[in-house]
Design a protein around this ligand. Structure first.
Ligand code: AMP
Length: 273
């Protein structure tokens, strides 16, 4: 067979690059490219513990749930419903569907209570813009959940329903793991309580020894499952856990000086992006 001509070689290389590049982008952990990313393998419901999140608050403003006095959250709240791949990476920013708050106007009351922001700053959105915490979560993760959950309204509604179904706060409180600024609890005990309730091992992230996030992995039909291989539990503990053997579940302590300031804190962006 004759060797390929220069033009034929150039066409072949271009074709291979065109086919390969979108997959590489789509696989990037936390990639921010809008590309043809392959469909995800499972969901991760990510929950935030307000007592820990509020320790990061330096300034108060109306949008920061830490600053709402007696109305501040006393249960785990939603960070997001994240689509993930079995290899430990995840897709991000899958379509150009911008966040529209009017689409979820009927859910806003519930979202303020169960999916609040703990920051005064705005968050990055997928296309170089800035927006609310909800805009960030929809554009980054919700658009990649669309093959299962559909549009923006259904992403938020589905996430609320899944959150109510797997009531991690109730499970922990019933097991005696209640908010305290003095007690420390065995991480193994916290994990076991969730395993007993939901038959899956949670991922737990800590900040300075305090539970910061609890993540539950779910099949696409929202039944519990184990998380990706990289986070398979070792010795009953999560191998990627940032937690010590004994963890705290800090009680909420009012933030700021009681006055609602309008200063902008970039806590959310610097801590979570
Ligand atoms: P987010 O607030 O959704 O941007 O996520 C905050 C942090 O969580 C990121 O910096 C990542 O370390 C991690 N993260 C984001 N998405 C995922 C995901 N789908 N699976 C696992 N970890 C994630």
């Amino acid at each position: 067979m004759a060797p390929p001509s220069g033009v034929a070689l150039l066409i072949s290389v271009t074709l291979v690059l065109l086919l390969v590049i979108p997959w590489v982008n789509g696989d990037a952990v936390g990639g921010w490219n809008v590309s043809n990313q392959r469909e995800f393998d499972y969901f991760k419901l990510t929950l935030l513990w307000p007592g820990t999140a509020c320790r990061r608050t330096r300034h108060c403003c109306p949008s920061n749930a830490c600053c709402q006095g007696s109305n501040s959250p006393e249960q785990f709240t939603i960070h997001g419903l994240w689509p993930d791949y079995n290899d430990g990476t995840w897709p991000a920013c899958c379509t150009r569907a911008n966040f529209e708050e009017k689409e979820i106007s009927t859910l806003v009351g519930a979202l303020r209570k169960y999916w609040p922001s703990y920051s005064c700053g705005s968050a990055s959105t997928c296309h170089g813009g800035k927006g609310s915490f909800w805009a960030h979560e929809w554009e980054k993760h919700g658009t990649c959940s669309s093959p299962v959950v559909g549009d923006e309204y259904n992403y938020f509604l589905t996430t609320l329903n899944v959150y109510f179904k797997y009531n991690v706060t109730r499970v922990l409180f019933d097991a005696g793991y209640v908010p305290s600024n003095t007690e420390k609890y065995p991480l193994g005990g916290v994990i076991t309580a969730i395993q007993n309730a939901f038959h899956t091992t949670p991922e737990i992230a800590c900040s300075n020894g305090a539970v910061d996030e609890i993540r539950l992995c779910l099949y696409k039909d929202f039944r519990p499952r184990e998380c990706a291989l990289q986070s398979t539990p070792r010795h009953g503990m999560n191998s990627r856990s940032s937690c010590p053997k004994y963890v705290s579940l800090p009680a909420y302590t009012p933030r700021g000086d009681g006055k609602v300031e309008m200063s902008v804190s970039s806590t959310y962006q610097s801590e979570s992006m």
